[in-house]
Write a new protein. Sequence first.
Lengths: 253, 490, 491, 315
Amino acid sequence: MIRRVLLAAGILLLGIVLFGPELTPHSATAPVAPPYSPPGTGGLFGTDHLGRDVLSRVLHGGRPLLLTSFVSALAGAGLGAAIGLSTAPARRRWVEPVLMRSLDTLAAVPPILLSLLVLTAVPNRAGLILAVALVSIPLSARVARAAAEQVRGRAHVEAAIARGERWTWLLGREILPLVAGPLAADLGVRFVTAVYLVAAAGFLGLSTSDSDWGLLIVEALPGAALQPWALLVPVAGIAILAVAANRTAERLT
Amino acid sequence: GASGPVSAPIAGAGTSAARRGGVLKAVFTGGGAGESLDPYTGGSPIDFVRHDILFDSLFTLDKAEVVPGLALAAEPTADGRAFVLRLRAGVRWHDGSAFTAQDVAYSFRYMSAPERAYPSQLASFVDSAAVRVRDPLTLEVPTKQALGDPALFLAAFPAKIVKDGATSFTAATAVGTGAYRVTAFEAGREARLARFDGYWGGAAPADELVLLSLTDPQAKVNTVVTGQADFAGDIPFTTAKAGVASADLEIRTAGDDHRTAFGFVLNPTLEPFDDPRVRKAVRLAIDRQALVDTILLGYGTVGNDLLCAGAKYFAAKEPLARDLDKARALVREAGAEGAEVTIRTAEYEIGYNASTQLLAEQLKAIGLVVKPQIVGPAEFFRPEAVAAAHGVSFSSGAVPLAVMYGRLAGFPGLAFPDERFKAAFGTGIASTDEGTRAKAWAEVQDVMYDRGNTVIWGQADVLSLARESVAGITVRDQAKYPYLGKAGMA
Amino acid sequence: MSLVHISGLRLSAGDTEILAGVDLTIAEGEAVALAGPSGAGKTSLALAVLGHQRPGVRRTAGTVEVTGPVGYLGQDPGSLLNPYARVASILRTAAGRRVPRAFADTLLDRVALPASLARRYPHQLSGGQQQRVALAVALARSPRLLVLDEPTTALDLLAKAEVLAEIGRLRAEGVSLLWITHDLATVRELVDRVLVLDEGRVSGPESAMKGPFIANFAMKASFISRGEGASAEKALRADKLTAGYRGTPVLTGVDLTVARGECLAVLGVSGAGKSTLARCLAGLHRPGTGTVTLHEDPLKPDVRDRTTKERAAIALVAQNPAEALHPRQDVRTALVRPMRLLRGVKSREEQDAKVAELLEAVGLDSTMDKRLPGELSGGQRQRVALARALAAEPEVLICDEVTSALDAETQAEVLTLLNELRARLGLAVVLITHDAGVAVSTSDRLLVLHAGRSVLTAPTAGLVPEGADPDRVITRLLTDPSRTEQGASLV
Amino acid sequence: MSRFARELLTRLGMLAALSILVFAGVDLLPGDPVTSRLGISATPERAAALRAQLGLDRPLPARYAEWVSGLFSGNLGLSTTGRPVTELLSDRVGNSALLAGLAVLLLAPLSLGLGLWAAWRRGRVADKTISTGSLLMVSVPEFVVAGGLVLLFAVTLRWFPAVSLLPAGASPLAYPEVLVLPVASLVLVGSAYAVRVIRGAAAQTLAGPQAEFLRLNGVRWPVLARRLVVPAVLPVAVQVWLVTGVALVGGAVLVEKVFGYPGIGELLVSSVQTGDLPVVQAVVLVLGALMLLALLLADLAVVLLTPRLRTGGAR
Ligand SMILES: Nc1ncnc2c1ncn2[C@@H]1O[C@H](COP(=O)(O)OP(=O)(O)OP(=O)(O)O)[C@@H](O)[C@H]1O
Ligand SMILES: Nc1ncnc2c1ncn2[C@@H]1O[C@H](COP(=O)(O)OP(=O)(O)OP(=O)(O)O)[C@@H](O)[C@H]1O
Ligand SMILES: [Mg+2]
Ligand SMILES: [Mg+2]
């Protein structure tokens, strides 16, 4: 029963996030009431520091946030996992140390520098996705490798190698199903990290959307005392999305 | 809208006079590890506040008038290409030694040395290398261009006087002539200053000043709210709007003469703003009151598109009334309908980005498509980028007109290429006659008001948060960096 | 007074009923052996005594009453010991209360291990030692009942003898036993009665003794005719194989040949290097030096460099049945992949037919193709692994302990199948086993490994004369390498 | 021994690669020390003069060579404010390390306890609460957490100072009360990920044959946890703690900002904003080296904490 309600709520949320821009009462950028109007007087959740409707902005910002964060988390965790896993059945001895040590070096570059650099070179959404992915890859690869380590020597993997399975099968069908749990958990965390890296990019003046939830949070922070809803609604949105994404990831494995 | 301040901030420096004794703890926006006791190294608000009480200038400003500091007079030659500087007698350094013309000559050289992190811009007006000491209290100072009122320049540009031969500025070695001397200092954290009883301007009230350095505006406010400090300079409007719960705290404003102008500078070399009609259209189209209500939360007044409100010679013209029809017509006439313009902005000061976003919304009404170009503060003033943008966000305190327009004139993309403007500007700087100067500055502003490229939509209050008992805080130069030499606890 | 009282116990998994009303009583001091064909539900019953069910298995009816602390020893105890603790700590933890330091030594002494092992980690013990430590864990709480699930299958003859002796001692001390085993002949003297579990029901001791099933048990590993002799054509040859792990040498200069249709049994104590040898042959472990030749063609050391034909020619059934199958892939997938990749069988009908055929060949129901490994019993998994190896229709089959988890009847079936393939298709078999009976009854030649050297290769018939007790002969071969050195001259 | 040497060589190579990455990367950043310092007075002539004076007009490899040779003598160059970078960095690195170190010291046992508890009560209320709670903590930005703590414990309750003000030259250790709220914020934010990882690893161990064997032989939860689950999750937990620690050293920017705590993260961001590239390079290099060290320690910890690897044994 409760599960059903939760599921329904999750689907509803997803719908709102995906079709939000079509449902908004106002534009994401036009002021509709005095700044920092409390809920009620200016829209359901009041207005932000420019007098724009918080609800409309949240609805507008859900889709870009979800897409950017999701795609980049998927790309980062996915590539990281692929690299981490591929070290397991790799035949050349040097592959693993070379790959993992290079990723370690990449991990040592602070995320902020990495994202700044990528965004300078590719100042658009693709750059943002690339930046977040680059930040995620080394750690995801470590998680994946640690998990795959437990599995690599198992007889069924060797049997698959012996019968000449291609690496896609080895990774996707022999190893992945056994390490899916940790990887899904990792993906969930990467998703949240991605959301905030996207937000941090906005904070540094590298935003690629005008109503990303991360951006909304950063913008709402100075006036949090005046209009807490402008801060809390996107924070809650991200939290709910994160919980939903992680639950789904857990369910799927 | 109903967005005026809930409780109007209190103007001035506090009700009662400062008594002698006590410790005043004040918090300002810091510059982190980049802060310095060297007056030509640190460049953050707290540096300016600290430099002001440790060191003295030759002249200072008081309510837009030049008043003598370490110098009593700067007498220009007839052609304005040099001036004679007469110094105050009886001034002592913190270490007890006497202040002489040698110190001033050294300071001129020190401040304009290119290896200074923030060399004084005075260097482009004064020929520092050729300064000659005539006697212990007199110097001859040649200038690089004619200066009609050198004292104004000496007051307006940072020109703190350091001791002859000084190279090191640590808590142990920094020596000034100011009202306080330093006892402890750590960049980005705090400076402890003790009253200098031998101060020529009269000993300061408080025994000790503690200057606390923070970067987060809310953190600054929190220190005062929780009693960790007595005074926080330059607090955000949101805090003022939210109010403070404590009865012994008050929100103060530096007053009408000490506001910060907010606006945009349009690039008059690029389409469409090379056309005076489009510039005028922008000025007619913006909703000044909405901007003041939104960005300043009502703490301020609308601007009249002219810079330097509060400074000497400022022309208090009526702001243009909003007239969308006329604005649209002008845009149409200029054939600029649907033009895309990039406005460069960075959160150089709170409100830059927000006002640009709002401008974008407002200019939709006259068919201009504004693309805010939000960048990091470090790249904001990159000359090529500014020259390539159609406009930039801008703000400024009440600095003298010569300083302000001088700065704009030297910057590609901001300078206003107008013959009448240039001629009047030259006269305003060079003329030794007060009347001629006044006329020239009036003309400069007439041109700007008629077809200029500055769009100043508002004058923002400078707010601070203080314990009721904090008294004697005054403004010399800019309200964001108040002078604490007369401050203390009531 | 009875320690265990089970009545009307029913367990089911999904739609299938595993136990269909089992009654079982074990009295104080009584030792009961539980036998039954592979997949009969023995493990499930043992776990039920401990109040536990595997995931997917439900108790649908019946009661289980157990008094007093119960000790448990499962299959494959090497993987059961806490890898992060030393033996002493493992044992003291198992006690469940504060115990003096000497406690671990006492327990080790009880399972006939030297006290010096107390400072070691599980991975530093041999298989037999691990098993005895696991037994010691089960004893730590002085249980009145010990549940043993095939505790000796993974052991070589020497270790097995030690463990059996220890269980015998416990029995003498009055500990009750519930002992699951396929090896009734050995266990017989150690228990009071034998129960047979078949089709979800227990047949009582008297009736069971008379039933046809027990007859098979009684006759220890019925002798299976050897193949008709090998042809001269060498199928697989290894020359001077040397191999090791990270600097520790395991194999040194091992030679091996197996001809078409021949069965070569590889014997050796635990850790001698049998599995490593098998993996070298299969190209899963890169030998340091030496070559492997298939029909006189040298093979690449890494299986990934071998051609499809070469890969299809050699099949390996790995030792650990629990790890040999992918836990998320059903039986059908396991069998179809090699067919597809190595034999190019693409059509679904053909695959289905072959899957059914293979399952039947190893004595499994063809409806099991949808099962996941977790839903199979130990013996069933082992047979699926074998079926998978056969799916590629190899020329050389390397079997690493393929019958260890099987009851005598099923074992006989499997071995018969191998014999038939040898005869019919000329399949060459390398049979690694601890079971002397199996080795002797099935193989044409024996290869004995000792500390990574082949100390003996000789025709089985010559080493084990008809009628001799295979256990005794093999034990002698394993324990006394000097004797075998001399035996080596027999070749 | 040769293995040790090889390992050492690898790490040195990584450090060298990192230094190139950092130097070149920072140089490519959009911030420009010259224009950011000159602000509106950055006319092209002045900018060019300052650029030459700061040596920024020389080619990148030449500047890199000089920088690296400076590194060996402990000289990280001059900040664009003219002060030696080492001087700017010295106590800030210590301060940040202290904050992060304390946070890790606290969050390690906390996350271990919560993670184990959740794994033990898998699927029950406690597990759901902990799992969801940790997810929420992961999702809420650290400055919101920090702001909340300040509002509650400093502004409302007045238990702890709202801002970590320290007298000039004083070590935060002498004023433990200023550390409470920043450390608490970092613990709250940092432990969430660790809790999730530990819970996952512990649940896996608990479902394994070793746990089953011990359980079937009557070993109860606390003992099981202490003897099997904790040792099994420690290798991965230590990795997470170390990596989190380094992330907290450099990534606690906003927490440092909220509390006015003089740390390295704040220095990094303000230097990026003012285009003080030498400082950015130094901070990033220090953080990178710390991360490399943490990863090395993590790898070592895995070996030390896994008996099979430690004793060099097999299987
Ligand atoms: N989750 C499940 N779903 C369906 N069938 C199952 C499941 N688990 C076990 N079985 C079936 O239950 C039967 C009993 O399994 P159990 O492991 O108890 O057998 P066993 O007697 O121990 O066999 P062996 O001697 O081979 O170990 C087997 O036929 C097995 O296939
Ligand atoms: N992956 C590995 N890494 C390191 N050493 C190993 C590895 N696998 C096996 N060994 C060691 O190599 C030696 C031979 O192992 P192998 O598995 O070949 O023995 P075995 O004869 O098959 O024993 P058993 O009868 O117990 O299966 C043993 O000492 C073992 O500890
Ligand atoms: Mg079984
Ligand atoms: Mg083996």
